[in-house]
Ligand binder design. Structure first.
Ligand code: PLP
Length: 376
């Protein structure tokens, strides 16, 4: 958000900024989904709804999840929220007590740490290895678990690294958590954006592990619906009941119009998802090739999502750059390219670059970045 603001300020001065900052699809919401929203307004579907969303929405969520992953949730185990972030906020609020340990693998999506701290958790960061593509393993997790650990956050595909856990390793991690009676929060926000032919996966397809799994989902990225604000929780009914109480006294229901649009997204044609994935796949290859061609820059292969997380530490010690914050500030100032510094995600040798931008913008931005680095 801060990067976006800085980029906007430069743009207001008439400067042509290439923006690799935003974590949202540049593609429009598919037409059928927009039309469902318009129809909802015209039909006066503009009033309060049940707190966790209308039954048809919750039915659409569980049936889609079941179709994709054989997860077998029922409606009572589903709750709709105002975006995936709200789902995660509610999950943490409902289950974390002051002083509980929460394990968050690094690099991590910014909000996990702050939400955990807000609800009084003691956050333990578990550093994944760049040499292993930033993938969490059961071995790494084992070293971080404590007797007070209540929750482990798993976000695969990952924001910011794009890392995708091996399915078997994900199962191993969850088995370990179950043995220790620790809950796994699986953030599936990017679950449908996987490359090289990999199929979407949900840990909730393992029925014997489900007692220890909470799913946070979102329609924001899959259907390019970031502004509509629809996310959901799938989990045990006591968790859903607790979230229901919390949400009834805070935000109430997700926007009625967005709920109708979400039903269309989940039950209507799914071709737009594949089309978006194809576009991202081309961009991903282009960005990776161009980044790796910059002398000294390394970039772990992002298996999913729409981010690259290159290691730019080759620039440290040059032109007063000490870390990725300095690097990002200088890159914006001198080359008018906005990236997000790795410090936001818990590492200081990297920057996050979103390739949810047009090819033309990507090419321009990478040319500028290569020139900037050559001139340091
Ligand atoms: N989880 C991750 C990993 C994300 O990157 C995001 C958004 O960037 C979200 C959850 C929340 O998305 P939203 O609140 O738009 O549904």
């Amino acid at each position: 958000m801060a990067v976006m603001e800085a980029a906007v300020k430069l743009r207001e001065q008439g400067i042509d900024v290439v923006d690799f900052g935003p974590g949202e699809p540049d593609l429009p919401t598919p037409e059928n989904i927009k039309q469902a929203g318009i129809k909802a307004i015209q039909a006066n579907f503009t009033k309060y709804t049940p707190i966790g969303g209308i039954k048809d929405l919750r039915k659409a969520i569980v049936e889609k999840h079941n179709r994709d992953f054989a997860s077998r949730y029922d409606i009572a185990q589903c709750f709709a929220n105002i975006g995936g972030k709200h789902a995660i906020f509610n999950i943490f609020s409902a289950i974390i007590d002051e002083g509980d340990d929460v394990i968050i693998p690094t690099p991590y999506w910014v909000s996990f740490g702050d939400i955990a701290r807000y609800v009084g958790a003691n956050v333990i960061f578990c550093n994944t290895k760049e040499s292993e593509g930033f993938r969490l393993t059961a071995d790494l997790l084992q070293k971080s678990l404590t007797p007070k650990t209540r929750l482990v956050v798993v976000n695969s595909p990952n924001n910011p690294s794009g890392a995708v856990l091996d399915d078997d390793e994900f199962v191993k991690i969850t088995r370990l958590c179950k043995e220790r009676d620790v809950l796994v929060l699986s953030d599936e926000c990017y679950s449908h954006f996987l490359y090289d032919g990999r199929k979407p996966f949900s840990i909730a397809s393992y029925q014997d592990l489900k007692s220890h799994i909470i799913i946070a989902g979102s329609l924001s990225k899959t259907y390019s619906m970031t502004g509509w604000r629809i996310g959901y929780v799938l989990g045990a009914t006591d968790l859903i009941d607790a979230i229901s109480k919390l949400q009834s006294h805070s935000t109430s229901n997700p926007v009625s119009i967005a709920q109708k649009a979400a039903i269309e997204a989940l039950t209507g044609p799914q071709s737009s998802v594949g089309e978006m994935l194809e576009i991202y796949a081309k961009r991903r290859k282009f960005v990776l090739d161009r980044l790796r061609a910059i002398p000294g820059v390394k970039c772990a292969e992002p298996g999913g999502a729409f981010y690259a997380y290159p290691n730019i530490s080759v620039a440290f010690g040059k032109s007063g750059i000490k870390n990725s914050l300095d690097f990002s500030a200088k890159l914006l100032d001198k080359a008018h390219v906005a990236v997000t510094p790795g410090e936001a995600f818990g590492t200081s040798d990297h920057v996050r670059m979103s390739y949810a931008a047009s090819m033309e913008q990507l090419e321009k931005g990478l040319n500028r970045m290569a020139e900037f680095m050559a001139a340091l």
